[in-house]
Design a protein around this ligand. Structure first.
Ligand SMILES: Cc1cc2nc3c(=O)[nH]c(=O)nc-3n(C[C@H](O)[C@H](O)[C@H](O)COP(=O)(O)OP(=O)(O)OC[C@H]3O[C@@H](n4cnc5c(N)ncnc54)[C@H](O)[C@@H]3O)c2cc1C
Length: 410
């Protein structure tokens, strides 16, 4: 990259949105430079091996709304294997495993909560999931826990207008080979400036001038795909500053937190009868869901969300492991963690290039996704999961937003 060269577009961030944009700009024959602050592409799509040959997704894992999800075709094309969901489930509640009646009760409670949200959404005033739903039921803590995992924020922070805008077909297909693996295939054809953080975007003159940790570059336009966590922290300086309406959009769409605590075993300690999804509905504690031996791999994954995820992340990696182990022992006996040989504990709030998990529109702020997506003076464009009207918080939503922004530039 040279200071004298002017690219058509500078893309900031090589996550799903940046890769979607890079693909679209390539098809348009535009010149672009793609900056990525970290040492790898994929952003919040990141697969590591927890055991030799055993992939584990630290970030996105499921292809949501699969029949509308362009990633399914890419997974087929690149040979990244997936399944069409994991089905068996169990809830451990009040010290015992739930029976069919409990499940029927839990399902009908969820339906009632959904109807309450739909009813509230008819009102002119947006409110939170907390305000819209039943609060005193035995299943309320479990409902709130799942909300915090799915939205990465707690029920009092989730706008029901935003919740209703999400396009959920109910098809959630997990990638055995890893979502991060899929994204690295998608980025394999592009030259990416890795370890190259954009520090300043100067748009005071014609086009843009970007100061990066590796030098200065000029482009006609810039596409910013970093998370709202990064934008809110002011990690990139804009000269002149972004207009107030754009800053308000960023503030209305904060990142929540969602962490995955993976415990890997040197053998199968669960056997074949254990359901693939187990949730503890602890009355005096925060519930926790586990994915047990996904795809037959010898690991389990515990999930945390919202403020509790932040709290546990601050307590540290060992505290997170201890917590997950204690929960597993309460479910399966104290020997169940004897053969744990490896682990990965995510810490998305502390990730310097993300600063959280995914965006959540605060009550009254659902319209900010459209505001965040709007370009400024046909020079600064925005993409990323937070800008997606119907597939926010997802990798495919981010990818599609990158394509849409690139197309809007033509
Ligand atoms: C734990 C977890 C589980 C999830 N599960 C799912 C799931 O199952 N299914 C699903 O669809 N989605 C899931 N998601 C959400 C999904 O991962 C994200 O919505 C999506 O990957 C976001 O893509 P993006 O391009 O918008 O942002 P990012 O992936 O954050 O990409 C932005 C990029 O910008 C880079 N960057 C930051 N600052 C700078 C800078 N100054 N200069 C240059 N580069 C910079 C970052 O390093 C990053 O690579 C999950 C996320 C998490 C954290």
């Amino acid at each position: 990259m040279t200071e004298n060269q002017e690219y058509d577009v500078a893309i900031v961030g090589a996550g799903a949105a940046g890769l979607g944009a890079a693909r679209a700009l390539t098809q348009q024959g535009k010149s672009f430079v793609l900056f990525e602050a970290s040492h790898r592409i994929g952003g919040r799509g990141y697969t590591e091996e927890v055991l030799p040959g055993v992939p584990f997704d630290l970030g996105c894992h499921w292809m949501h709304s699969a029949s509308l999800n362009p990633m399914v075709k890419f997974a087929d094309d690149f040979g990244v294997s997936y399944t069409k969901g994991r089905s068996s489930r169990a809830i451990h509640s009040n010290g015992k495993w739930s029976d069919d009646d409990d499940f029927a009760d839990w399902d009908s409670f969820n339906e009632r909560q959904q109807k309450l949200i739909e009813k509230s959404a008819l009102s002119d005033t947006d409110c939170s999931t907390f305000d819209a739903t039943e609060r005193e039921h035995r299943w309320t803590p479990l409902y709130d826990y799942w909300s915090s995992v799915l939205a990465s924020c707690d029920v009092d922070q989730i706008s029901i207008a935003d919740f209703m805008a999400y396009n959920d077909t109910g098809e959630n297909w997990p990638l055995k080979g890893g979502y991060g693996t899929l994204l690295s295939h998608l980025g394999a054809d592009f030259r990416v400036s890795l370890n190259c953080a954009v520090q300043t975007i100067n748009w005071s003159d014609k086009g843009v001038k970007l100061d990066t940790t590796k030098g200065t570059v000029r482009a006609k336009r810039v596409l910013v795909t970093v998370s709202t966590g990064i934008l809110a922290a002011g990690d990139i300086s804009f000269v002149p500053e972004l207009p107030d309406w754009k800053s308000e959009a960023v503030s209305g769409l904060p990142l929540g937190n969602h962490n995955r605590i993976c415990l890997a075993y040197d053998r199968d300690v669960f056997g074949t009868d254990v359901p693939s999804g187990v949730t503890t509905d602890a009355i005096d504690d925060v519930p926790m869901a586990f994915d047990i031996r996904p795809f037959g791999f010898n690991y389990v994954v515990g999930l945390t969300g919202g403020r509790f995820a932040d709290w546990l992340e601050r307590a540290g990696q060992q505290a997170s492991l201890d917590y997950a182990e204690k929960k597993l022992q309460a479910l399966f006996g104290s020997d169940i963690t004897k053969h744990v040989t490896a682990h990965i504990v995510t810490a998305w709030r502390s990730d310097p290039w993300t600063k959280g998990a995914y965006s959540c529109a605060l009550p009254g702020q659902a319209h900010q996704r459209a505001e965040l997506a709007k370009p400024i003076d046909e020079i600064i464009y925005f993409a990323g999961e937070a800008t997606s009207p119907e597939f926010y918080s997802t990798a495919h939503g981010a990818f599609l937003s990158g394509i849409a922004a690139a197309e809007e530039m033509t």
